[in-house]
Design a protein around this ligand. Structure first.
Ligand code: PLP
Length: 420
């Protein structure tokens, strides 16, 4: 910049990372493909067929095409199209009491739901609490809102969720902040692939219930991948009533993964509370944030998803099409787990979902070594994230070979560092 030019950007905005690191690596991988290289790109969280690219559900395409253009062109209500938010609540809770205990607003995808949650349940200058491995945008969204993210150690020595660490994290936040927004991204946690079992869900709910008796506690269940978690994927629902005894439960719901509509930006933030007066406050607060941020969410998408959730024939077709994709992914998970075990890679329990993490003493060295071999994964400090949703079964041997080489390189690098 010349001596006389001056940026009009405020100080905090002057050195922003304009692109998400995942999108940036994906772009780099595509550039190498365009240059004629053979690249295995396991970066993006979009489900792809083995041969033919991004998976699209025909029922969804049909539902979008069938929406009345005039209806779609009009604004939806600020809080979302009423039939849409009702359909999302029914999708989650069916005819259970939880349906009556919930309110919801439409959001631009799960990202909008997370934004809305952090803004309304974390005081400025305070932090939300989540596992040490987390979806990268959480701290970006929090920072943008003048909030932060605190973390607790995710895995105990037995490889299960570290409840001692979670308890310590909650206690510390109660002491420091007098309140907690705990973010749990299960089933099919991004980036590790970990899903809680029944016992872990019960323990988590009990901890939230106990904390809620001492302070203002909200638990955000980010269930972006819940339709890909196999038959036990909705176990979290059974423990919501325990949390609700003392706490607020909020749910980030998205059509991005369940309906393979990442670009449509259709999501919802659902909030549950045992008292009606509090539900009214919750709905007002969440809708206010919609108005103050994106105004109305995508009407076309809401109308199409409403149809997909409520028209019995269309819903049955969508469920069957999704099941085929779940099966496709499951096949990859099984092949990956078997090969990772033979290659002695250190992976968490992985039963389904778009991603799995492979632990490494230095994820950045691992990912860089893999990139040299034409294989793209997402680096973290102590692991790399592998998008099996974007990796065919045929590519798994190449992926495993690169992971093994990448972890070996990181081990050598760390040993050399320790020796100097
Ligand atoms: N939460 C998690 C853990 C995710 O991985 C994603 C998407 O990658 C989202 C929320 C939000 O997704 P979207 O905004 O596309 O609905």
């Amino acid at each position: 910049m010349s001596e006389h030019s001056m940026t009009a950007l405020i100080a905090a905005a002057q050195d922003r990372e304009g692109n998400d690191p995942i999108f940036a690596l994906n772009t780099e991988a595509f550039a190498r493909v365009a240059a004629g290289e053979s690249i295995l790109n396991a970066t993006m969280g979009s489900l792809a067929h083995d041969e033919s690219g991004l998976a699209v559900m025909p029922s969804v395409t049909e539902a979008i095409a069938a929406v009345s253009p005039q209806q779609a062109a009009g604004y939806s209500l600020i809080a979302g199209s009423p039939p849409y938010v009702e359909a999302v609540k029914r999708d989650l809770f069916g005819d259970t009491e939880l349906y009556d205990q919930s309110v919801a607003v439409a959001t631009p995808g799960g990202s909008g739901a997370v934004y809305n949650a952090i803004l309304n349940f974390v005081e400025e200058g305070h932090s939300a609490l989540t596992t040490e491995y987390f979806w990268g945008p959480y701290p970006i969204i929090a920072k943008h809102l003048g909030r932060g993210i605190d973390t607790f150690r995710m895995f105990g020595p037995d490889g299960r969720l570290d409840f001692d660490a979670m308890q310590a994290g909650i206690d510390e936040q109660i002491e420091k902040q007098g309140r907690v927004l705990l973010i749990l991204n299960f089933p099919c946690h991004n980036p590790t692939g970990y899903s809680l079992d029944t016992q872990e869900w019960q323990a988590a709910a009990e901890m939230v219930r106990e904390a809620g008796a001492r302070a203002a506690v909200a638990c955000l269940l980010d269930i972006a991948y819940h339709r890909f978690g196999g038959p036990d994927a909705d176990e979290w629902l059974d423990v919501v009533p325990t949390m609700l005894e003392t706490a607020t439960v909020i749910i980030a719901w998205t059509a991005s993964k369940s309906f393979c509509q990442y670009g449509a930006r259709v999501g919802a933030l659902v909030a549950l509370h045992r008292e009606e007066s509090e539900r009214e406050k919750l709905l007002n607060a969440l809708a206010y944030t919609c108005r103050a941020t994106w105004s109305n969410s995508n009407h076309l998408g809401q109308l199409a998803v409403t149809e997909l959730l409520t028209n019995p024939e269309l819903k049955a077709r969508a469920d069957a099409e999704r099941q085929e994709l779940v099966d496709l992914l499951q096949q990859r998970v099984e092949v990956f787990n078997a090969a990772a075990s033979v290659a002695e890679l250190d992976v968490p329990r992985y039963e389904g979902g778009f991603f799995v993490a492979v632990f490494s003493p230095n994820g950045h060295v691992t990912a860089a070594t893999m990139r040299d071999m034409g294989v793209y994964v997402i680096p973290m400090d102590t692991a790399v994230r592998v998008a099996l949703c974007a990796t065919s079964v045929q590519q798994v041997p190449r992926l495993i070979e690169a992971l093994r080489a990448g972890v070996d390189a990181a081990e050598t690098h760390e040993a050399a560092g320790a020796a100097t």
